[in-house]
Structure formats: structure tokens, C-alpha cells
Design a protein around this ligand. Structure first.
Ligand code: ATP
Ligand code: MG
Length: 355
């Protein structure tokens, strides 16, 4: 009997309603070709849900999502919903409660695309940002004090635990072993002398257990410049929640568009489902026009299948994306005029045609 994967589908807001169905159509095509089944169930969570219900997801959402093999997600956010609301957290809640402590964000220049870094080619841009996804700067522990307008102040506390640092470090070194065996710890311990000095110390200890992997440390300011000037020095970037958030947008930009970046919020032990989503947001400025680039969403489907053990199917999707960009089929953000659904259909054609 062929395998069946249960996938929770969460479009979210904005372009999610266009790019998630595009990604699902690719998933259906790849499942058919590789002889497995995808059983889908949709959930309406997000800012639209908040507008109607006063919360971003139902109270039983986490328990319900736990019953799936994976979550395929678009993006959350609407301009009319304040995104500093504490209840905003669809993404934060799922990532932490399902222990998705790895945010895996590959950066790769597909053939046919021109990086805005005009001297760089495909061989120069091929690395992964591994962002710590459960603690650090995003624990949302802090306060705003308004004594009066002239004397207000605010704090945010970062939390780094040995447990949290060790597990993301081990993941990164093990990933590097499957790639070019190089880990760069991106940090700022020269100014964040408590939290990030501790981060560095624990990572250096873990690094000693991987003598076959080349290990170095780079400060975030230098790393940002290096993304632009010499991206070829990177293989696996191991970094904190905040720095990883910023660097992966920069990674999307050097690929040619934010719309290209795929990602996985991964629970490596697989005790709960992982969640796969593009690196960008809900892009309300271009929603409803069938012009959003679906590649980041479709690449996320490949990352999902790889996580589920369907590596050949995952590779077929990436090959389909690359064949599509190589022939110059591009959405508006990349200077073309293909629609969201044109790109998905083209990728499906390539998948079906490949031997
Ligand atoms: P978030 O806080 O959720 O990350 P954001 O404020 O960073 O959201 P995005 O929604 O990522 O913003 O949009 C940033 C810009 O990138 C917008 O101009 C948007 O149109 C563009 N963009 C994002 N995703 C895509 C896509 N898939 N295709 C084309 N353009 C996109
Ligand atoms: Mg963003």
C-alpha cells in the first residue's frame, strides 16, 4: 500500500490564499508521480481569523495540529491588524509549542536568475541560514513603562539556555556534514557580552565534537557585509532568532527576490509536526492579483517532503523550479510577466516530463 501523509494546510492571509494553493497543486502532482498520497485538511488561522474571532487560532489548534505529519503554511498579517498584539502569535505559538527549534532557510541562486550582486553566479550563492527558533531575542519577555511622555522606557529580555544553544548547534554541525563541512557562528558577543558570549562559549564546546567541520565566528555586522561582498565563504550559518530573521531576508534579496525563499520550522526529533512556509510575509500590497511569486512556497513543499523522507520527490520539485527559472518564466518581482498560477503549472509540467 502506498504511504499517506497527513498535511495541515494553513493559507494565512494576503497572498497566502494564492501561493499556498499553487504549492498544493505541485504537491499533488509530485505525490502522483512518486506514488504516495497527501491527505490535506485546511485551517483558517491568521489575522483574518483574529478579525472575526479575537484570536489568531482556535483554542484547540495546537492539539489539532499535533495530529498531522506536517503543516504547510503561507503567512500571517493584514495591514488593519496591529502586529504588535500579544495574541498575534500564530507563528510564534506553533514554533514554540511544537518545539520547532530549527528554522532552516536555504539560500541558493537558481539558474536563469540574476542576483543583484552582479559579479556573483550560481556557484557563489549556496548556503543555509540556521536560525535558532524558540528562544533568544524573541521570547517576548519585556515591558513598556509610561511614567509620562517624557520619561517612558521599555525593555526586552533575551533568553539563551545551554539546552537551547546545544541543540541548535548540533543540528548545524550535522547539517554541515551533509554539505561542505563548514559552520559560521554569526554573533555579536563583543557588545552583547552576557547572552551572546555565553552563546559563543557553548557553541565552541559543541564545535569540538565535530573536528571534521571547519568552524569560525563572525560578527553580525561583518556577516551582513559579507552576504553582499563574498557570499561564497558561507556554507552553514548558525545564528540567533533575531539575526537569523534579518539575514534570511537578506539571503532572499541576494537570490533576486524575497518571493524565492523557502523554509522549514523543524522539530528534528519528529516528536511533533514541523511547519513549512516561505520566508516572506503576506505581502498585502500585491494580494488578490495572481502576481505573487510562488517559488518560496513551492520550495517549502520540497523542504517538507525532504523532512518526511521523500528526498527524491523533494529533489524533483527543486529541479522543476530550476527548469522553470532557467527558461525565463518569471513573475513580476523578477522582471517577468508570468502569473502565480503560470509558474506553478510550469513547474508541474517539468515534474511530469522528467524521467
Ligand atoms: P512579515 O513581517 O510577515 O515578515 P513583511 O512586513 O516583512 O512581513 P512582506 O509581506 O514579506 O513584508 O513583504 C515585503 C515586500 O516583499 C512587499 O513589497 C511584498 O510585495 C514583497 N513580496 C513578499 N513576498 C512576495 C512574493 N511571494 N512575490 C512577490 N513579492 C513579494
Ligand atoms: Mg519580514
Amino acid at each position: 500500500m502506498s504511504k499517506t501523509y497527513k498535511i495541515a494546510v494553513v493559507n494565512g492571509d494576503g497572498i497566502g490564499a494564492e501561493i499556498v494553493p499553487a504549492g498544493v497543486s505541485v504537491l499533488d502532482a509530485i505525490a502522483k508521480k512518486h506514488g504516495f498520497n497527501i491527505e490535506k485538511q485546511s485551517f483558517p488561522f491568521g489575522a483574518g481569523y483574529y478579525r472575526d474571532h479575537g484570536k489568531f487560532m482556535s483554542d484547540d489548534a495546537i492539539e489539532t495540529l499535533k495530529k498531522f505529519d506536517a503543516i504547510y503554511f503561507g503567512a500571517v498579517g493584514l495591514p488593519e491588524i496591529d502586529d504588535t498584539l500579544p495574541a498575534r502569535d500564530y507563528t510564534f505559538k506553533v514554533r514554540t509549542e511544537l518545539k520547532q527549534y530549527v528554522n532552516y532557510r536555504p539560500v541558493k541562486l537558481f539558474s536563469g536568475l540574476k542576483s543583484p550582486l552582479r559579479t556573483k553566479t550560481e556557484k557563489d550563492i549556496d548556503f543555509v541560514v540556521v536560525r535558532e527558533n524558540n528562544e533568544g531575542e524573541f521570547v517576548q519577555s519585556g515591558k513598556t513603562f509610561y511614567a509620562d511622555d517624557a520619561h517612558g522606557f521599555a525593555t526586552d529580555t533575551s533568553v539563551f539556555t545551554r539546552f537551547g544553544i546545544e541543540r541548535i548547534a548540533h543540528y548545524s554541525f550535522q547539517l554541515a556534514r551533509k554539505r561542505r563541512k563548514k559552520v559560521t557562528n554569526v554573533t555579536k558577543s563583543n557588545t552583547l557580552i552576557n547572552s551572546l558570549a555565553y552563546w559563543d562559549r557553548v557553541i565552541a564546546e559543541v564545535a569540538e565534537q565535530y573536528p571534521d567541520v571547519e568552524f569560525s565566528k563572525m560578527y553580525i555586522d561583518n556577516a551582513s557585509a559579507s552576504f553582499v561582498l563574498r557570499p561564497e565563504v558561507f556554507d552553514v550559518i548558525l545564528t540567533t532568532n533575531l539575526f537569523g530573521d534579518i539575514l534570511s531576508d537578506l539571503g532572499g534579496a541576494i537570490m533576486g527576490s524575497l518571493g524565492l525563499g523557502g523554509s522549514g520550522n523543524i522539530n528534528p526529533e519528529k516528536d511533533f509536526p514541523s511547519m513549512f512556509e516561505p520566508i516572506h510575509g503576506s505581502a498585502p500590497d500585491i494580494a488578490g492579483k495572481n502576481i505573487a511569486n510562488p517559488i518560496g512556497q513551492i520550495w517549502s513543499a520540497a523542504i517538507m517532503l525532504d523532512h518526511l523522507g521523500e528526498t527524491e520527490a523533494a529533489n524533483d520539485i527543486v529541479a522543476g523550479i530550476e527548469a522553470t527559472t532557467a527558461e525565463g518564466n518569471l513573475t513580476v518581482d523578477l522582471g517577468g510577466n508570468a502569473s502565480t498560477s503560470d509558474i506553478a503549472n510550469r513547474i508541474i509540467k517539468h515534474i511530469e516530463a522528467k524521467k
